[in-house]
Write a protein that binds this ligand. Sequence first.
Ligand SMILES: O=C(CO)[C@H](O)[C@H](O)COP(=O)(O)O
Length: 237
Amino acid sequence: MEHDSASRTEHDKRAAAEAAVDRFFLPGMCVGLGSGSTAAFAVRRLAALREQGRLLDVSGVPTSRATEALARELGIPLITLDEHPTLDVTIDGADEVAPDLSVIKGGGGALLREKIVAQASRRVVIIADVTKLSPRLGTHWPVPVEVLPFGWRSQQQFLESLGARVVPRVRENGMPYLTDQGNRVLDCAWGPIDAPDALASRMAARAGIVEHGLFLREATDLVVAGPRGVEHRARPS
Ligand SMILES: O=C(CO)[C@H](O)[C@H](O)COP(=O)(O)O
């Protein structure tokens, strides 16, 4: 049974990713390549289309070292944001998606580059399976917060003072998890968040917090897959 639901989720991640690439990546575009297992399906779809001779002139900015390695392995042309400071569209995954298309990201630790790339994109398409949908951010998933190693325990105290249960992220071997930038991640469980804007502002104002996983206004579109198939939703205006 467990196996069935896991393979259903994989199927849905893949269906959402492929539908998004087919619909939103167009010839000649400069695109953002997201991180995580759902976004990896999108990178693989782009590579498969290239093998068919399509989208050969699409080039991408990877949002993590892992995505960069995958894209290189698959022969996808890579560019930097310095070469192309504005991107046409980014396709990326999410950990939790609210009805207004605000999302929590960063489960894979790539939140900083993901937010930089999202904010540099004209369009940001979130791809997800239905298990990621949530009535309110924070219901199912903690908010990852990337902090400088210097003084990280005072950031933990600060986040606890904002009501979070804070778990410093560690690797399987017990060593601290470090992001691509060499920073630490504190996973902050608030439960359902009543005022995400106020929380995001408090974190943004705190020195030592490099970035947080609340992406409140970046997503323009959601492509979500579940038992009823693939559905596209635009951000409510
Ligand atoms: O934000 C992310 C990485 O920092 C991922 O997009 C998010 O964690 C979803 O991952 P997955 O597609 O593997 O469920």
